[in-house]
Design a protein around this ligand. Structure first.
Ligand code: SAM
Length: 172
């Protein structure tokens, strides 16, 4: 993957809003990954990639739990050599920060291509509609149905395992 030409949207200098500012420091594992871990979707024998990992705290918390995880983020951890096919790919709260609907589909298809076994997704559902935040970033809030439909429209007939509102695993 790292030798293929990389998509333009991986270049954060081209983004319309400073999406990286949405990345918070995490003192504990994020809710979607706590849930995925509890349900057995994150395992020590599965190479895991956290795509759009932000500051990388979830990567550290998963390693502490013996899940072999690497992270990539166009702004915070721009090490494209990590963009390799992985057993599990995580894409948590990334898609909802992307202003352009076509790019949201492209990113989802890109991470699905990297996922050998499963793709863990999370989007924001704690609001309505979409718009610019007080720090100049973009947020799109999904309804449960909209999120499910977005996955189907982007990836076709795939097996989706909902974990809770806005959190799902797509399984090969
Ligand atoms: C809300 S933060 C989430 C960070 C991390 N996943 C977490 O939950 O702590 C969104 C992250 O997505 C990254 N991002 C935005 N657009 C992206 C894209 N097209 N490809 C990869 N990462 C992207 C941003 O740089 C930012 O760090």
């Amino acid at each position: 993957m790292a030798t293929q030409p990389l998509p333009e949207w991986l270049d954060c200098t081209r983004w319309k809003t400073p999406r990286w500012k949405c990345a918070i420091a995490r003192r504990t594992l994020s809710m979607p990954l706590r849930l995925a871990l509890k349900r057995g979707w994150l395992l020590p024998q599965h190479a895991t990639l956290d795509f759009g990992c932000g500051r990388g705290d979830d990567v550290k918390h998963l390693r502490d739990r013996n899940v072999p995880c690497v992270g990539f983020d166009p702004y915070w951890h721009n090490n494209t050599s990590e963009l390799q096919g992985s057993d599990t790919v995580i894409c948590i709260y990334v898609l909802n920060t992307i202003e352009d609907s076509t790019e949201r589909i492209q990113v989802l298809q890109f991470v699905w291509e990297l996922a050998r076994r499963s793709l863990i997704l999370a989007v924001r559902t704690d609001g309505k509609g979409e718009g610019t935040t007080s720090i100049g970033t973009f947020q799109k809030y999904y309804t449960r149905e909209e999120f499910q439909q977005f996955i189907v429209d982007s990836l076709g007939r795939v097996k989706i395992v909902p974990l809770r509102s806005g959190v799902a695993v797509v399984q090969r």
